[in-house]
Write a protein that binds this ligand. Structure first.
Ligand SMILES: [Zn+2]
Ligand SMILES: [Zn+2]
Length: 124
């Protein structure tokens, strides 16, 4: 039997085992079991395999002068502070913060889609 290949999918490693996709990250597998995929990833890295990116790259948080979506006043919101900076809240619609904040993540996920097809296209 051919040895299963380890590929990078987003921030995870994708291993196909027994016709099933296993997404491995930090020595844990998406299937929830102590499965072979984790060992295969460790082996792959030991053999000089390219490591997966550690996290989704997000821009630093800053409090804008006005809401980038609707132009309304924004207020710093320290409840939303993250490791990357300071959160803020749109006085018109608090969901605008999340939209602006998550948009880069959404685009990133789209570009690094977890589907096997996209991974294969990238590898080709
Ligand atoms: Zn697994
Ligand atoms: Zn707004």
């Amino acid at each position: 039997m051919e040895k299963p290949r380890v590929r990078i999918a987003g921030t995870h490693y994708l291993v196909e085992l027994d016709g099933q996709d296993h997404y491995v990250s930090f020595r844990r597998c998406s299937c929830g079991r102590a499965c072979q995929a984790v060992r295969l990833v460790a082996e792959y890295l030991a053999n000089g395999g390219r490591p997966a990116p550690a996290g989704i790259p997000l821009p630093t948080l800053t409090v804008p002068k006005q809401c980038p979506l609707c132009g309304a006043e924004v207020k710093a919101d320290h409840w939303l502070d993250g490791r990357k900076g300071c959160g803020w809240r749109c006085t018109q619609d608090p969901s605008h913060y999340w939209y602006v904040r998550l948009e880069p993540m959404r685009r990133w996920l789209q570009a690094n889609r977890w589907s096997r097809k996209a991974v294969e296209q990238k590898a080709a």
